[in-house]
Ligand binder design. Structure first.
Ligand code: FAD
Length: 549
């Protein structure tokens, strides 16, 4: 009998401590009665040890759990809480630096991965499908639901969420643990600003419903909380009527100041009537000599490539503003006029207007098309040394000079996105961290490394960029942050750190959740009796870790 089959049989029938080679499935886990599945299949365990970044391997988990309900998740977390092993919720594994992987073995703990993304329903069927309330204008979705499925389900009712990511094959729980940003963020805020309610399994295995009005501390903490306080099993997401089509426009700039002035002007139109603003504002930097097409979005047809040289740019850095206007049958007649009026206020290179018109779904799902192309060439599953930074508006020109026109040289190995956002659209009570200024830019270096040499080069360049910011006192914040020391995390969270740490103590006192983020690590190995001590009337801020001997 194959080892895995033996294990599964043992798990299902005997509930014994199962030891095969070095794999020991914790006793507490064996007592869990799941409606979903638990697997120790080697290929599943291997798959749960890598992520999109492919920069490092995680520890192979002891088992991979496929839950079908919040109760399944709660039982596993409770078993981990009692048994001293760790739990990593894994969305679609599209992190870069092992955030959804296990990273604790060296500290004497191993753990299980909970695969939140659907597809492996047990006897009880899969997790619940999206449930749309047309009247309430919201959808309730499973935490592991992919955004593409959220879109498909809501469109059946003529509705859609307001705020997106550029790529929709990401899980709801995964993006809400970060922020979820795209070109709509200036108008609606990040995805975490558009959530009405959550069900969360805390690090103690309790299932809590939370919102602005109830368990609000958990609600705000979990949003942007990097998976530290609980596992999101249900999110209630606000909806609005969905447009039918999208007019998608790109214009070019050779002057960075003008490019920024126009982007900042466009996002200042947030809150205006839809006819007086664009619906999406992004942009990218063109350092390479190549085409302005890139893998992120196939905008131009291959038969009509746009050469930078044709724009007489003399090899200088160019900046591309990307904007869209949504429309439906009711306002199709006025769309051209509205766009013309807005474009007149911008100062781009007049010969560089590129326009296309696509169905709403095709626009939102644009990156997936590029993914399929790259996959077919074997260029998707390669290391991705990405770096995502929020740069304060007051220093973006210094960043341009030092990085785009300096450190990068003329080869970037992938798209570089740049677009501004406004802090007041981010709820300051969430755990997400942004620079102090009201306006800041996302700068995303989305690189692919095709060989070891390229990986080393790009990793070194990322370090150079961070060092440049530090030396020039440009107070950037990392988006989807990656740090390895607690001091760096403290600096990252700044004045949110004390509260963040206190929430950890309250909701995940045994530090069993999302260890791949490497936020709460201590020099000493974890022991079962390491618990949080809370004095009766101390507020969250006053708590400290305590070892009970
Ligand atoms: P995972 O990588 O699986 O998990 C990320 C973290 O969230 C882990 O710590 C994990 O433990 C935790 N987690 C996962 N599920 C849950 C849950 N249910 N409850 C609590 N914690 C959970 N981001 C943007 O904001 N905008 C973009 O436009 C964008 N585009 C992207 C395009 C591509 C091609 C890729 C690869 C990534 C992109 N991202 C973007 C980044 C993406 O949002 C994050 O990497 C996100 O974490 C990925 O979601 P995931 O489901 O794969 O999460």
């Amino acid at each position: 009998m194959a080892v895995d089959t033996f294990l599964l049989l043992a798990l299902a029938m005997c509930r014994l401590i199962v030891t095969v080679g070095l794999t020991v499935v914790p006793t507490e886990l064996l007592h869990v009665e799941l409606a979903g599945q638990l697997s120790v299949d080697t290929s599943e365990v291997e798959a749960a040890s890598v992520d999109f970044g492919m920069l490092s391997k995680g520890e192979p988990p002891l088992a991979v759990v496929h839950p079908v309900s919040a109760e399944d998740v709660a039982q596993v977390v409770k078993a981990a809480y009692d048994g001293g092993f760790t739990v990593s919720a894994r969305g679609h594994g599209h992190s870069i630096n092992g955030q959804a992987l296990m990273k604790e073995r060296s500290r004497g703990r191993r753990g299980v991965v909970i695969e939140m993304v659907k597809g492996h329903g047990g006897d009880g069927g899969g997790p619940p499908p999206p449930l749309v309330s047309e009247k309430g204008k919201y959808v309730d979705v499973w935490g592991g639901e992919l955004w593409i499925e959220v879109l498909r389900a809501t469109l059946e009712h003529g509705l859609a969420p307001m705020s997106w990511t550029d790529y929709l094959y990401l899980s709801v729980g995964g993006t809400l643990s970060n922020a979820g940003i795209s070109g709509q963020t200036f108008n609606y805020g990040p995805q975490i600003s558009n959530v009405l309610e959550l069900d969360v399994v805390t690090g103690k295995g309790e299932v809590l419903t939370c919102s602005e009005d109830g368990n609000s501390e958990l609600f705000h903490g979990v949003l942007g909380g990097l998976g530290q306080f609980g596992i999101i099993t249900r999110a209630r997401i606000a909806l609005q009527p969905a447009p039918h089509r999208v007019r998608w426009i790109r214009v070019l700039y050779s002057n960075f100041s003008t490019f920024c002035k126009d982007q900042e002007f466009l996002i200042s139109l947030q809150g205006k009537h839809a006819s007086q603003r664009f619906d999406y504002v992004e942009g990218f930097v063109i350092v390479d000599e190549g085409l302005i097409n890139n893998w992120r979005s196939s905008f131009f047809s291959p038969s009509n490539p746009v050469k930078i040289t044709s724009l007489n740019a003399h090899g200088d850095v160019l900046y591309c503003l990307e904007i869209t206007k949504d429309y439906h049958q009711g306002n199709a007649d006025s769309i051209d006029e509205e766009i013309e009026a807005l474009l007149k206020k911008l100062d781009f290179i007049q010969t560089s207007v590129f326009t296309t018109d696509v169905p709403y779904v095709d626009f939102l799902d644009r990156v997936h098309k590029a993914e399929l192309k790259l996959r077919s060439k074997g260029l998707w599953d390669v290391p991705h040394p990405w770096l995502n930074l929020f740069v304060p508006k007051s220093r973006i020109k210094d960043f341009d000079k030092g990085v785009f026109k300096g450190i990068l040289g003329n080869s970037t190995s992938g798209p570089i996105l740049i677009y501004p956002m406004n802090k007041h659209k981010w709820d300051h009570r969430s755990s997400a961290v942004t620079p102090e200024e009201e306006m800041f830019y996302l700068v995303a270096f989305l690189r692919s490394a095709l060989d070891t040499e390229a990986l080393e080069y790009l990793t070194k360049q990322n370090r150079q960029i961070l060092r440049f910011c530090q030396d020039s006192e440009i107070k950037v914040k990392q988006y989807m942050p990656h740090y390895t020391t607690q001091q760096e995390w403290m600096d990252h969270f700044g004045d949110k750190w004390t509260h963040f740490q206190a929430l950890k103590m309250q909701f995940d006192p045994r530090r069993i959740l999302a260890t791949g983020q490497q936020i709460f690590q201590f020099d000493e190995p974890y022991t079962d009796d390491m618990i949080c001590s809370k004095t009766a009337n101390s507020d969250l801020e006053g708590q400290q870790w305590k070892h009970i001997k």
